[in-house]
Design a protein around this ligand. Structure first.
Ligand code: SF4
Length: 207
């Protein structure tokens, strides 16, 4: 726990990416076998002091509540929440949130690597295409694969030198309709059901 808090303190004081708006946002220091990896915080998370604190988070936590009866508070107490980038990247040219660039992803990857080395999670849950691409390898989407090819399936992977299982979720952003219509709706349910039967999930939510 001491080592994990040290990493979180390094994240909180990190200002290495000049284009990032910041300040960095991180979840609680939870020693969990389940690791949730988001993309990057939105514009409100820093002020609210936690990841997935606004509308996308409401959708994400509703999925777990509907699938397992787990409240947002329970989820935050049992699952380690990280992200590909810990700072709000600002707005992109299209008006949506800017996607972190490869240097920013690499910079923040140093924090991620340290967290994974400490926690050695059995199950990682990447949320959204950017996080999925990091976990499964960026080539997966360059090779023409779509979200429909990766959501609803369990992968055995090696990520930052750690072996683990990965189950992907779509991004819960209100701007995306992927998870609201078929086949996304069914694939999302399949991912949630798969998560629930994993030993790591059961361990995390054992009362
Ligand atoms: S995105 Fe990550 S590496 Fe970049 S300044 Fe924020 S915390 Fe540091």
């Amino acid at each position: 726990m001491k080592e994990l808090k040290k990493v979180q303190s390094a994240i909180a004081s990190c200002r290495v990416c000049p284009q990032m708006v910041g300040p960095p946002v991180h979840g609680r220091a939870i020693l969990s076998p389940v690791f949730l990896l988001g993309q990057a915080p939105g514009p409100r998370e820093a002020a609210l002091g936690r990841p997935f604190a606004y509308t996308a988070g409401k959708t994400l936590f509703r999925w777990f509540e509907q699938a397992y009866g787990i409240s947002e508070a329970q989820f935050r107490e049992r699952v380690y929440i990280a992200a590909v980038a810990r700072c709000f990247p600002g707005k992109g040219s299209g008006g949506g949130d800017r996607v972190p660039n490869s240097l920013e992803i690499a910079n923040c990857g140093h924090h991620l690597k340290r967290e994974l080395a400490i926690l050695q999670p059995q199950l990682i849950v990447p949320v959204g295409k950017l996080a999925i691409a990091q976990v499964l390898g960026p080539k997966i989407f360059r090779a023409g694969m779509l979200l429909t090819d990766v959501v609803g399936i369990k992968f055995n992977i090696e990520f930052h030198s750690q072996k683990m299982e990965a189950i992907c979720l779509p991004h819960p952003s209100g701007l995306s309709s992927w998870h609201k219509k078929e086949p996304g709706k069914t694939l999302l349910m399949q991912s949630l059901q798969l998560m629930g039967v994993q030993p790591a999930w059961r361990e995390a939510f054992r009362s």
